[in-house]
Design a protein around this ligand. Structure first.
Ligand SMILES: *Cc1c(COP(=O)(O)O)cnc(C)c1O
Length: 501
């Protein structure tokens, strides 16, 4: 199912999966695990300067016996924030901070303060928050084709795109079990779909059937059609995909799902607050939302291009029946009758208020202008990358721009960019790097600086073919090593490191 075009690719994958079978016996050999632990530790030591820069500040491994004054605490935190702010503020990050304008952030913080004690678990105490949540859902639904859907579009606010995706997959699983008797559910998705689907599959007991992408990194619809079985509960499409920022052929995928009577989830976490406005600005945006009758759910993130604070996503469904499969209700708990719409129990009312405030303060005009600025900047960056010899832009992206090289190790370019302050995303299968353009990059001079730094980084990598760097070999190893258990163990130790004071 993972096969990409070309005999070479086929053989390479075949060799990899054959080698993967050797992982267990090889790791069972004496001394191998100990050597691996040493390797992991060596790799992570290279990351420590990046992840643990605050050795000079007081650390708290236990509660202070007596509390510090609020002034001291605030001073401490201000010092941390001040060190970190310039990097994202000046646009050195890919994605991460999507608006970050000073007045906008200050406004959201004021709104949060008003509702920092509010919890939608108690709608009798905060009916205002319940109303704001319903309005966020409704505004988002109407932005994504609810008027032309022919059915009611409903949904809930969640804490992140991952939770939205998880809940949609739960809804399809429980719907298929109840109405189709499917006990071993399968979901068909392109290899480029977000890792959140893999997390959902692990948690929910779903089997994922991956299909390849075409030369433009868009889902192969014919392969999707072939992958559908009696157990398939839903198809997945991205608008656009996280790695390459290209939009899957949603009309074809949605039509396929509809013909088979199964769900079609469109992951618009990244594009939900950009594509409707891009379409209005005349950019070539294929239909991807509820105007397509086969689309049955959409995940979309106010905390990305909706310019809300972090911690706010929306999951939308075609019809109330599907949303009910997401709900939880405990009828016999001694704690009372208890029902929650999402994964969380208590939820942050302040974040709902701030997301609502962002949407009301921006309005259609605000999102349109923001999208115009982002797409113009992204076009400049995309064309600039294309003009750098040796770099290739992958597919036909609008504002999440992935690039790779046939001539040199792209991870070494990533590393060199990191030394110049840039925090870009490393991709794999194939090795590549991407920049998700946000409002931060539309500030004067940022796109120019990015392209200059990229040009110089490429020149440096070409001029120093023998130099290995610290991170590039690790990315390279992780991207190509057939022993995926080793890569997983390294990632687990990376997470351990984050929790090591
Ligand atoms: C960001 C993103 C997600 C996951 O969202 P989180 O809020 O990080 O959980 C899912 N899909 C796509 C396409 C994304 O870009």
């Amino acid at each position: 199912m993972l096969r990409e075009g070309g005999l070479w690719e086929f053989l390479r994958r075949g060799l990899r999966s054959w080698l993967a079978r050797l992982e267990r016996p090889v790791r069972a050999m004496p001394g191998v695990e100990r050597r691996l632990e040493e390797e992991y530790a060596e790799v992570l030591r290279g990351l420590e300067p990046l992840l643990k820069p605050y050795r000079d500040l007081p650390a708290f491994h236990r509660l202070p016996p007596e509390g510090r004054s609020p002034e001291w605490v605030f001073w401490h935190l201000e010092a941390l924030a001040a060190r970190e702010e310039p990097r994202w503020r000046k646009g050195y990050a890919s994605g991460a901070v999507y608006h970050g304008g000073e007045p906008h952030v200050a406004f959201l913080n004021r709104v949060y303060a008003l509702f920092s004690q509010a919890n939608p678990l108690h709608p009798d105490l905060w009916p205002s928050v319940a109303r704001m949540e319903a309005e966020i859902v409704s505004m988002t639904a109407h932005m994504l084709g609810a008027d032309a859907a022919g059915e009611e579009i409903v949904g809930t606010v969640t804490s992140c795109g991952t939770e939205s995706i998880l809940l949609a997959m739960k809804a399809y699983r429980d719907w298929a079990r109840e109405t189709r008797g499917i006990v071993r559910p399968e979901v068909v998705l392109p290899v480029t779909a977000h890792a959140a689907f893999e997390k959902a599959a692990q948690l929910l007991g779903l089997r994922l059937i991956y299909v390849p992408v075409d030369a433009g990194y868009r889902a192969d619809v014919a392969a999707m059609a072939r992958a559908i079985t009696r157990r398939t509960i839903a198809l997945v499409a991205s608008a656009p995909s996280f790695p390459h920022g290209v939009i899957d052929p949603v009309p074809e995928i949605a039509a396929l799902a509809r013909a088979r009577g199964i769900g079609c989830h469109v992951d618009a976490c990244l594009g939900g607050f950009i594509l409707p406005w891009a379409e209005r600005l005349g950019y070539p945006v294929p239909p991807f939302d509820f105007r397509l009758p086969g689309v049955t759910s959409i995940s979309v993130d106010p905390h990305k291009y909706g310019y809300a604070p972090k911690g706010v996503s929306v999951i939308l469904y075609r019809g109330r029946a599907l949303r009910r499969y997401q709900y939880f209700a405990a009828t016999d708990w001694p704690g009372g009758l208890y029902a929650t719409p999402t994964l969380l129990g208590s939820r942050p009312g302040g974040l709902i208020a701030a997301a609502w405030a962002a949407m009301i303060a921006l309005g259609e005009q605000g999102y349109l202008e923001a999208t115009r600025a982002i797409l113009e900047t992204a076009a400049r960056i995309r064309e600039g990358i294309r003009r750098i010899p040796g770099l290739e832009v992958m597919g036909d992206p609008l504002w999440v721009i992935a690039f790779t090289s046939k001539e040199f190790d792209i991870y070494r370019v990533l590393e060199r960019m990191g030394q110049r302050g840039w925090s870009l995303n490393a991709l794999q299968h194939p090795p590549a790097v991407h920049l998700a353009v946000t409002l931060r990059h539309t500030q004067p001079g940022v796109a120019k600086r990015f392209l200059e730094d990229l040009r110089e980084s490429v020149a440096w990598v070409r001029a120093h073919p023998e130099e290995r760097g610290a991170l590039a070999p690790v990315y390279g190893m992780a991207a190509t090593l057939p022993f995926r258990g080793v890569v997983r163990d390294l990632l687990h130790r990376y997470l351990d490191l984050l929790y090591t004071p």
